[in-house]
Design a protein around this ligand. Structure first.
Ligand code: SAH
Length: 404
């Protein structure tokens, strides 16, 4: 393996007073906080971060092109960022997951490494059966790709590692997308997984993110538990995560909407794979915003509605426009619910925080003229932990609401 890329000469020195967030263990160094970069670190190289007074703050990976100039690997001065460091972090991440094994191990599908929350900024590793899917989105993670891939395969015993480094955020780091096998073969077909006893196929090479939205596992189980005999509407259904769980829970009928024909074709395959009657599902290729209005014109009503839209606000600067979009779909969903009906409403926008999201949904309820109670606050499943020192890791938030 390659030796450590640490250059002893490379150092980021912060402006006066800008060390506070790092002292609270927030792992990002914003470019606006940087007084100067000493030495000539390459992209992804390990640099020392020091306060204006010269105090040591952490070892980080340098990202010359990003607004985030460095991400901290370790806050301890005695740490060495080398192969053994990554082995330790990966082993710890896996050890944390063994506590959760009941919920997830049987499925063969789990997030093993969740970036900053596992002490590995920019590194996501999901397991789908014999495959590990690696998503690297920072210059530091990129630089250590070979070590991370080899160690992860060794430690987990997985036979193949496939790289899906094509997230939008990579562009901000000046990295070129990379989608290819790292070790082993490219998958010749989607990979069979199970979630809450429901069978799916994850397309790790072409599907969204790493192939399947693992973060919604627990929330899909909540939908399943409430679906018996009910008429369910699944908006932004993608490959049918919520739809299939509703069917498994005995839904009388599920209507599912997505704008992607490919996603709907996969959802249909998943219905067949589980031997659910196709007569109990209507998969509609449409724009959700338009389709909800159409349903209103047709006086359609539902008992359970799921709203799981894509990220409307990747960052806080998009929050206002996103707020209008969230309000719109939630308003129409409330209008389409029968009294006593349940709305599962989500936002995976990093730029819209939980309290803002709740305010938006509250505004939608007022405009729809319905009384709404929150029964559950939802978040990503436990294999996507939130680091308290890094609230940005709480990207997925949801409300389970009851009307009337
Ligand atoms: N609920 C899904 C994940 C949803 S991902 C699951 O559990 O797996 C978001 C989906 O919204 C994508 O499939 C995308 O195709 C779809 N989408 C995005 N904008 C849309 C729109 N305006 N109308 C309908 N679908 C849309």
């Amino acid at each position: 393996m390659r030796s450590s890329p640490v250059s002893n000469m490379s150092r980021i020195v912060l402006k006066p007073g800008r060390e506070k967030s790092l002292q609270r263990r927030h792992p990002w160094v914003f470019s606006g906080a940087v007084a100067r970069v000493e030495g000539e670190p390459e992209s992804g190289a390990t640099v020392e971060i020091r306060s204006s007074q010269g105090g040591f703050l952490g070892w980080g990976a340098y990202s010359p092109k990003s607004q985030i100039s460095a991400r901290i690997w370790d806050f301890h001065e005695g740490a060495r960022i080398d192969t053994e460091f990554f082995a330790g972090r990966l082993r710890k991440a896996l050890a944390r997951r063994t506590l959760l094994a009941d919920a997830t191990a049987a499925s063969g599908a789990m997030r093993l490494v969740h970036g900053e929350a596992d002490g590995l900024p920019g590194v996501v590793i999901d397991r789908f059966g014999d495959w590990l899917v690696l998503q690297l989105s920072s210059a530091g993670a990129w630089r250590w790709r070979d070590e991370i891939a080899t160690l992860a395969a060794d430690i987990t015993g997985a036979r193949h590692v496939f790289e899906r480094s094509d997230a939008d955020v990579m562009m901000l780091e000046g990295l070129t997308p990379r989608v290819e096998p790292v070790s082993g073969d490219a998958p010749s077909a989607p990979i069979a997984i199970e979630e809450n006893g429901v069978r799916f196929e994850a397309d790790i090479a072409r599907g969204h993110k790493t192939g399947f939205y693992l973060d919604q596992r627990d929330n899909r189980a909540l939908v399943r538990d409430l679906s018996s005999g009910r008429e369910v509407l699944d908006c932004f259904c993608y490959t049918g995560g919520f739809t299939l769980n509703a069917l498994a829970g005995g839904a009388a009928f599920v209507t599912a909407i997505d704008s992607s024909g490919d996603a709907l074709a996969a959802a249909r395959r998943h219905v067949r794979l589980n031997d659910f009657p196709e007569a109990r599902v209507d998969l509609i290729e449409a724009d959700v915003f338009a389709q909800l209005r159409k349903f209103r014109d047709q006086a359609r009503q539902f008992d359970v509605i799921v709203l799981d839209p894509p990220k409307f606000a990747p960052t806080a600067s998009h929050a206002e426009k996103a707020a209008r979009a969230y309000k719109d779909i939630n308003l129409w969903a409330f209008k389409l619910l029968r009294p006593g009906g349940i709305l599962f409403t989500f936002s995976c926008s990093g730029g819209v925080h939980r309290d803002l999201f709740q305010k938006i949904v509250a505004g939608a309820a007022v405009d729809a003229d319905v009384e709404v109670r929150v029964l559950h606050h939802m978040s990503a499943a436990a294999d996507h932990p939130v680091m308290l020192a890094f609230p940005e890791s709480e990207y997925l938030k949801g409300l389970m609401c009851q009307t009337g």
